[in-house]
Design a protein around this ligand. Structure first.
Ligand code: NAD
Ligand code: UDP
Length: 313
């Protein structure tokens, strides 16, 4: 049994990761300040003897004896990370330093949940890990993008200077049950709008693209990355390379739900990337990993989840 700390464990992705790690028999500490996460997300784990839920803000140090750390703490949706941008940068940067310090002291392995946003509005397509990105450092998304880029720098410097066993994954757009209903992310927005037969809000002309991975595929990739040999640090792209326009996504959600919603077009937010699609050659080679769940399949459990809470949201 490993002792594993998951920061941001009460969030969307963190709750799925904690579930997997607890079910495998590990001793899991879930740290969260509930900024965007909630106890409800991990309700099903409370009472399990190998699960511990701790209210804690990672901008303050935390001490525990652990073997592995997954660092997920950080608001991930534009609405939330822009709500308090200074706190977002602090969480990404100071939070990472605190957990890297913990990894250094305990000789734990530590995995950083980085993001495709480090590529900004990419000038190459699809994005490979050796692409340095096209990121605005003074825009409204910068608190998140640059915070995550600085976190990657810190991870690499703790590796080079202190020999900390680090892993960096760059997560591309992920969806699934327990996403927040009104956090502005496109899949949850469209599903909720379609279930309520409200207008589907496409920003811009809907021709911008994203690649959507189902959360179970991501969790498998994270666990495989943590298990790689110490000399392999990443960064590694973890995402689904199948690319959709936002308009195609809207039409698919309407079709699966059988919704009466109409599509409307609204202004595109600042710095909204035109295209995004991961090159996952490295993940295929080093992790023997590739996504298994097609968007048409993954939307079903996501929609079922939102049906159970639709009257309350
Ligand atoms: P989420 O907002 O649901 O989860 C983030 C969790 O971190 C929440 O539970 C929140 O309360 C917690 N948190 C935030 N600030 C904290 C702090 N200072 N101290 C302690 N806890 C704090 O988002 P998510 O989609 O589950 O994302 C998890 C991680 O994966 C994030 O680091 C995000 O940047 C990364 N990521 C997600 C996606 C995606 O598509 N969902 C894509 C790329 C990267
Ligand atoms: N988007 C949209 N309608 C919405 C929410 C988002 O058209 O109701 C668009 C958004 O402008 C972006 C894409 O969908 O082009 C993905 O947005 P999201 O915030 O989910 O992810 P990110 O931009 O961070 O990849």
């Amino acid at each position: 049994m490993k002792r594993i700390l998951v920061s941001g464990g009460a969030g969307f992705i963190g709750s799925h990761l904690c579930t997997r790690l607890v079910n495998e028999g590990n001793d899991v500490i879930c740290l969260d300040n509930y900024y965007t996460g909630s106890k409800e997300n991990v309700w099903h784990l409370i009472g399990r003897p190998n699960f511990e839920l701790v209210r804690h803000d990672v901008i303050n140090p935390y001490w525990a004896e652990v073997d592995e750390i997954y660092n997920l703490a950080c608001p991930a949706s534009p609405i939330h990370y822009q709500h308090d941008p200074i706190q977002t940068t602090k969480t990404a940067v100071v939070g990472s330093m605190n957990l890297l310090g913990l990894a250094k002291r305990t000789h734990a392995k530590i995995l950083q949940a980085s993001t495709s946003e480090v590529y900004g509005d990419p000038a190459i397509h699809p994005q490979t890990e050796d692409y340095w990105g096209n990121v605005n450092c003074v825009g409204v998304r910068s608190c998140y993008d640059e915070g995550k880029r600085c976190a990657e720098t810190l991870f690499m410097d703790y590796y080079r200077r202190h020999g900390v066993r680090i892993k960096i994954i760059r997560i591309f757009n992920t969806y699934g049950p327990r996403m927040l209903a009104y956090d502005g992310r496109v899949v949850s927005n469209f599903v909720v709008q379609a279930l309520k037969n409200k207008d589907i809000t496409i920003y811009g002309d809907g021709q911008q693209t994203r690649s959507f991975q189902y959360v179970d595929d991501l969790i498998e990739g994270m666990v495989r990355m943590m298990a790689t040999e110490d000399s392999f640090t990443g960064p590694v792209n973890i995402g689904n390379p199948r690319e959709f326009t936002i308009l195609e996504l809207a039409e698919l959600v309407i079709k699966i739900i059988g919704s009466k919603s109409k599509i409307i077009f609204e202004p595109l937010p600042h710095d909204d990337p035109r295209q995004r699609k991961p090159d996952i050659t490295l993940a295929r080679t080093k992790l023997d990993w590739e996504p298994k769940v097609r968007l048409e399949e993954g939307l079903i459990p996501m929609i079922e989840y939102f049906k159970t809470i639709i009257d309350k949201i």
